[in-house]
Ligand binder design. Structure first.
Ligand code: CTP
Length: 403
C-alpha cells in the first residue's frame, strides 16, 4: 500500500481521473484527491470522496490544525496530477502555490508525475514547452499527451492518456521511481500484437498475442525520452502516450512497415509474426461443402528479424531485439532453445519467456531472461509487463548494443 496524492486540475479530462482513482484504490493504495477549484466545476467533491473513500481537502484554510497543505506533500509516496492543465504546469514550474495543490507540490519529497491534457496549441506553445522542460529538469515526470480527438472537433496531441496506462505509469513510478530520460534523442521502432494470415474474407491463421508486452515496451521507451513508432498488428491495447502507431494486419505488411522504418537506433520485435501464410487467399468465403478447408496449404513468411540483421550489413545500427516464447522439453530447457534462436537469427538481444499455463499470454505479468550475443544475460523475475519492458531497455543500454 502506498500513499498517493491525485491532483486534479480544471480540464474536461477530469472525468477520466475518476477511472484512474478507482484503479489506484483497487490496487490497495491510499489515495487523497486534491482537486483545484476549476476541477470541481467538472467533477464534484462527492464523486472524489466516494471513489477514494476519503475526505477531499479543497483549500488551505480547512482543517488548519492538521497542517494539511504541508503534511500531504511530505507524506506522499507519489503525486500524480491528471489531468494537468497548461496553467498548473506554469504554476508548478514557477513554484507558485495559490491553492492547496500548489502547496502540496512544493512540499513534495516523492516522485511527481504530471499527465498534461489540453488543446494542441496550448501544448505546443513556447511557454508550455519551456515549463515542461523546467519540470523535467527538476526531476518531475511529464508524460507526453496522447494524440487523438480532443474536445469538440479538434484532433492532435493533447489528450489525456487512457486511465489504464496512467495507472501503469503510476505503479511503475511507485515501484522504480521517475524514469531517467536515458533514451532522449533516440529513435526506436517496436512491433506488437499478432499477425493474421487470411484464408478468405472471414477466416485467418492467427495467434494468442494480445500486444500488451509490445505496447509496454513502446510506452517505456517513450517515458524514457525516445521517439517511438509502434507497428501494431491486431491489438486492442490503448495507444501509449507519446507513441506514433502504424497498424498492420498480416506478416507481409508488418515486414514492409518495419523495414521501411529501420533507419533508427533500435528495433524491438515483440510482435508474434506468423511463420506461414496460406498459399491461396480466397476472394469469397470458403464453403464447408467444397472441402477446401480440410487441408490448408501454407508457404513460409520471411523472417523480419533476420531481414533486419541482413539489411544492416556491417553497420551496428539499428540494434535488433527479438522476443521468443519458448517451452522446454525432456532434452533441452527453454533457455537453451532461446540461445539457439539468438544464434540462428543473429539479433543482438533476445528476450526469452517461458510459456505454459498462465504464463506470458493475455496476462499482465511476465518473467523473462534477456540474452545477448556475447554471453550477456539478465534475469527478469515475474513483474508487470511495464516493469519487464523497462528491464528490456535497461538490457539494451547495459549490454552496450546501443552505440
Ligand atoms: N519474427 C520475425 N519474423 C517472422 C517470425 C518471427 O521477425 N516471420 C520475430 C518475432 O517478432 C520474434 C522472434 O522473431 O521477435 C522470434 O519469433 P519466433 O516465432 O519465436 O521465431 P521462429 O523463428 O518462428 O521460431 P519457432 O520455430 O520457435 O517458431
Amino acid at each position: 500500500m502506498s500513499r498517493v496524492v491525485l491532483g486534479v486540475t480544471g480540464g474536461i479530462a477530469a472525468y477520466k481521473a475518476c477511472e484512474l482513482l478507482r484503479r489506484l484504490t483497487e490496487a490497495g493504495h491510499e489515495v487523497t484527491v486534491v482537486p483545484t477549484e476549476s476541477a470541481l466545476r467538472f467533477v464534484g467533491t462527492p464523486t472524489w470522496e466516494a471513489l477514494s473513500g476519503r475526505a477531499v481537502p479543497t483549500d488551505v484554510f480547512t482543517d488548519v490544525p492538521s497542517v494539511t497543505h504541508v503534511r500531504l506533500g511530505q507524506q506522499a509516496d507519489l503525486i500524480m496530477v491528471a489531468p494537468a492543465t497548461a496553467d498548473v504546469l506554469a504554476r508548478a514550474a514557477q513554484g507558485l502555490a495559490p491553492d492547496l495543490l500548489g502547496n502540496v507540490l512544493l512540499t513534495a519529497r516523492c516522485p511527481v508525475v504530471f499527465a498534461p491534457a489540453m488543446h494542441t496549441e496550448m501544448w505546443q506553445h513556447a511557454a508550455t514547452v519551456a515549463n515542461v522542460a523546467v519540470l523535467r529538469e527538476r526531476g518531475a515526470m511529464v508524460i507526453d499527451p496522447a494524440v487523438g480527438r480532443l474536445t469538440g472537433v479538434d484532433t492532435g496531441p493533447g489528450r489525456l492518456p487512457d486511465p489504464a496506462e496512467l495507472f501503469d505509469t503510476a505503479q511503475a513510478v511507485l515501484d522504480g521511481g521517475v524514469p531517467v530520460r536515458d533514451l532522449e534523442g533516440r529513435t526506436v521502432v517496436v512491433s506488437a500484437g499478432g499477425t493474421r494470415e487470411f484464408l478468405d474474407p472471414v477466416r485467418y491463421l492467427g495467434n494468442r498475442s494480445s500486444g500488451k508486452q509490445g505496447y509496454a515496451v513502446a510506452a517505456a521507451a517513450a517515458a524514457r525520452g525516445a521517439t517511438v513508432t509502434l507497428i501494431s498488428a491486431n491489438s486492442t491495447v490503448p495507444v501509449p502516450a507519446g507513441v506514433e502507431v502504424v497498424t498492420v494486419v498480416d506478416a507481409a505488411e508488418m515486414r514492409a512497415q518495419v523495414l521501411a522504418r529501420s533507419d533508427v537506433d533500435a528495433v524491438v520485435m515483440a510482435a508474434a509474426v506468423a511463420d506461414y501464410r496460406p498459399v491461396e487467399v480466397a476472394e469469397t468465403k470458403l464453403k464447408k461443402e467444397s472441402g477446401s478447408l480440410t487441408e490448408i496449404r501454407v508457404i513460409e513468411n520471411s523472417d523480419i528479424l533476420a531481414d533486419l540483421v541482413g539489411a544492416r550489413g556491417d553497420a551496428d545500427t539499428p540494434v535488433v531485439v527479438g522476443f521468443a516464447a519458448e517451452t522446454g522439453d525432456e532434452t533441452t530447457d527453454y533457455l537453451e532453445y532461446g540461445r539457439r534462436k539468438l544464434a540462428r537469427k543473429g539479433c543482438d538481444l533476445l528476450v526469452v519467456n517461458e510459456v505454459g499455463d498462465g504464463l506470458a499470454f493475455e496476462v499482465d505479468r511476465n518473467a523473462a531472461t534477456v540474452i545477448g550475443r556475447d554471453g550477456y544475460e539478465l534475469d527478469i523475475p515475474m513483474v508487470s509487463k511495464r516493469r519487464l519492458a523497462d528491464s528490456v531497455w535497461d538490457a539494451v543500454l547495459a549490454s552496450g548494443a546501443l552505440k
